[in-house]
Every structure is written in structure tokens, then in C-alpha cells.
Design a protein around this ligand. Structure first.
Ligand SMILES: [Zn+2]
Ligand SMILES: [Zn+2]
Length: 145
């Protein structure tokens, strides 16, 4: 859990001499009415690609609004891989048709073997993508409460 940057800053002005003690007191006091995610993330916070807020904690990079940015980016990346995989498949299919109608028998045989290899690779790629998607689905769960 990342430190609330606002409370940490406020803790420098508390009644105790040491900041951690003041911070602990503030955390307790503000428990039912906590700072906004932006305040928690600090003045140097980054922008979250998940919720669009300036909520990425300035030191830890955690989205204080609870987004799992890593998973959001991974999901986008996987979707991209899927698109590429479909494009390659479509191209292979097109080329296969051309070769099938070719008069050169030797070329057709060689190309046929090559396509079998490509098809095996595509199956492996599909399996790997499915595994990654499965993993992602298992780890993408609402955070907290
Ligand atoms: Zn706070
Ligand atoms: Zn966010």
C-alpha cells in the first residue's frame, strides 16, 4: 500500500515531533473520510491510463483510484497480438490459394510443407495467447474492500 502523500505532508505539521507518529494519527483520523486519489498520489503524480486521473502515486506508480494499470496495458497488448495473428493467418490463406493454383508441382509441394509449418506455429501462438489471456483474467480482480 502506497503512502498518502497529502497525509505525509500534513504529518510534518502535527503535534508530535516525529512524522511517522503524526502520519499514523492522521490515517486513523481520516479513515472514514480519506483524501482523494489525486491527493494520495502526490503533486508529482502520473496520469493513469486506466481512469484518466492524475492518480499514479509519485513514488510507487500505483493508481490510488484502484486501477490495475499493468493489466489494462497487458490486455491492450494481447489484443494487438491477436490482431497480428489474424492478419498473418489471412495472408497465409491467400498465398496458399495462389500456390494451389500454380502449375509448378514442385513449388506446390514445397509451399505445402511450409504452410504446414506455419499452421503449427499459428496453433502454438494461439495457445500461448490463450494462456496469457487466461492468466490475465485470473489476476484482474477489483482491488480492496
Ligand atoms: Zn491522506
Ligand atoms: Zn487509475
Amino acid at each position: 500500500m502506497s503512502t498518502c502523500e497529502k497525509c505525509w505532508e500534513d504529518a510534518h505539521h502535527g503535534p508530535y515531533a516525529d512524522v511517522p507518529a503524526n502520519y499514523a494519527r492522521l490515517m486513523k483520523e481520516r479513515k472514514s473520510n480519506p483524501c482523494t486519489p489525486e491527493q494520495q498520489a502526490g503533486p508529482e503524480a502520473g496520469e493513469c491510463s486506466g481512469c484518466g486521473g492524475k492518480t499514479l502515486h509519485q513514488y510507487t506508480g500505483e493508481c490510488m483510484a484502484g486501477c490495475q494499470v499493468m493489466n489494462i496495458e497487458l490486455t491492450a497488448l494481447l489484443a494487438k497480438c491477436r490482431t497480428i495473428s489474424h492478419e498473418v493467418e489471412a495472408k497465409a490463406e491467400k498465398t496458399r490459394k495462389v500456390v494451389r493454383h500454380s502449375d509448378d508441382e514442385l513449388m506446390s509441394i514445397i509451399a505445402g510443407h511450409k504452410f504446414e509449418e506455419i499452421e503449427r506455429d499459428m496453433v502454438r501462438l494461439d495457445t500461448a495467447l490463450a494462456e496469457a489471456e487466461h492468466f490475465l483474467a485470473a489476476t484482474t480482480e477489483p482491488k480492496g474492500e
